[in-house]
Design a protein around this ligand. Structure first.
Ligand SMILES: [Zn+2]
Length: 423
């Protein structure tokens, strides 16, 4: 994954020079002539120093390399004026340097400015805006946690990310609600992503996603095609007979609901932590994204065993991420097994994660029993005979298409129909 930022250097040069009065420039050049040679660091102050200096004259700092439409800036200024608390905003391009450093912007900036208020930094990577914010209060002031206000906003995942104002204005509104308890207004429709189809990704999303994970579009589609062919070819375990009963959906539902509760508790603990680093904020967002998808699956298809198993996987991942543990894929053969910590060959082209037990079955040359679900005909007749879930049509279910996220880690996005929210 590489961060790309298009920077027009010649435009930057023109703009900076034309903004400076000529007399001042002349004076500056005269002064520079008498300065002793400075270390290189002093000539390029760290980005937080530059922003803190800019905020002395204007609480909205826009990096000169960015060309932000005036309408966007006007909206941000409007929200800052009516916030009811001091608001500091900086718009910054995510340079390769910043992508590597992963700065905890609000903490660094508050340390330099030292005043209470909302500190908000919006970073743009190519055309994708993400924000990082923290609310600093004077000692003893009561009020709500900024992150809990945000977490309760059902529209937070639908905000547009291709321009800065939607997220910045919304974050300022969160801060006002956290600060003085005022009601959170509705988001204007123009700031929200258009409704997306509930299931599957559009071709555009697939290309976006492919670009995001660093694969070419051809690579991504090729992978999907290979998987579909491989899934079909391998088929069911050889010893299938009438004794192969489908899993009891109620067992999976109970497991999923229990795991959702555990994930909620883990996220509650994370939300209560003060002064979260950027890394913790990213973990929290990733965990919420997976938990939201898990809840959606349980709410939309409460009886469906595929949906319940998908919810179990996503809630388990949300709990791990919220607790600071590494993400684990599920066992491809049965997502209700232990996580897929081993890798086994599923076909010549495809390697899948598997739990230790399934991995040893594959190494013996057998196909694991797998998660058995009712075949479609069995649903009507009450027949409990099960078939391995991977023999179902991947087109019909994001759980089948992704192996419950074992084949590609985009199950949550396919459920909520959204792109990755890297914040
Ligand atoms: Zn397994």
């Amino acid at each position: 994954m590489c961060a790309r930022v298009r920077v027009n250097v010649s435009r930057l040069g023109r703009r900076t020079l034309s903004a400076m009065p000529v007399r001042f420039l002349t004076a500056l050049l005269a002064a520079v002539a008498f300065l002793p040679a400075l270390p290189a660091r002093a000539e390029t102050p760290e980005p937080p120093d530059r922003i803190a200096a800019a905020w002395r004259t204007d609480h909205l700092s826009v990096d000169p390399r960015l060309a932000i439409p005036a309408t966007e800036l006007d909206r941000i200024r409007g929200a800052m004026r009516t916030a009811g608390l001091p608001v500091y905003v900086a718009l910054v391009p995510r340079t390769p340097y910043l992508a590597k450093k992963r700065l905890d912007w609000p903490t660094l900036l508050h340390a330099r400015v030292g005043e209470p208020g909302l500190y908000l930094v919006a970073l743009v990577d190519d055309n994708y805006w993400s924000t990082s914010a923290e609310l600093y209060r004077q000692g003893g002031l009561r009020g709500r946690d900024l992150t809990s206000v945000r977490a309760e906003d059902k529209q937070r995942l639908d905000l547009l990310t291709d321009r800065p104002a939607p997220q910045i204005v919304r974050t300022i509104q969160y801060a006002s609600t956290a600060y003085d308890g005022r009601a959170l207004p509705a988001v204007p429709a123009a700031d929200l992503e258009p409704e997306r189809p509930h299931r599957g990704l559009s071709v555009t999303d697939k290309s976006d996603r492919a670009a995001y994970v660093g694969l070419g579009v051809g690579g991504f589609l090729g992978l999907v095609l290979t998987l579909v062919i491989a899934l079909r070819r391998r088929g069911a375990p050889k010893r299938s007979g009438s004794s192969q009963r489908a899993v009891d959906p109620r067992d999976v539902q109970l497991k999923a609901d229990g795991k959702i509760k555990q994930a909620e508790r883990a996220l509650g603990r994370l939300d209560r932590r003060r002064n979260k680093t950027t890394k913790l904020l990213d973990q929290r967002d990733d965990a919420y994204r997976r938990l939201d998808a898990a809840r959606t699956l349980r709410a939309d298809q409460p009886e469906d065993v595929l949906a319940s198993a998908g919810a179990l996987v996503l809630a388990r991942q949300a709990e791990r991420i919220a607790s600071g543990a590494a993400l684990q894929p599920p066992c491809f053969f049965d997502p209700t097994h232990n996580p897929g910590t081993a890798k086994v060959d599923w076909s010549d082209e495809v390697e899948v994660p598997a739990c230790q037990q399934c991995a040893s079955v594959v190494r013996r040359g057998d196909t694991p029993r797998g998660l058995l679900v009712p075949a479609k005909s069995g649903l009507l007749g009450g027949d409990r005979k099960g078939v391995p879930y991977w023999t179902l049509d991947p087109e019909d279910s994001p759980m089948v298409a992704t192996g419950f996220g074992a084949l590609s880690d985009d199950l949550a996005d396919r459920i909520t129909g959204r792109k990755e929210d890297v914040r």
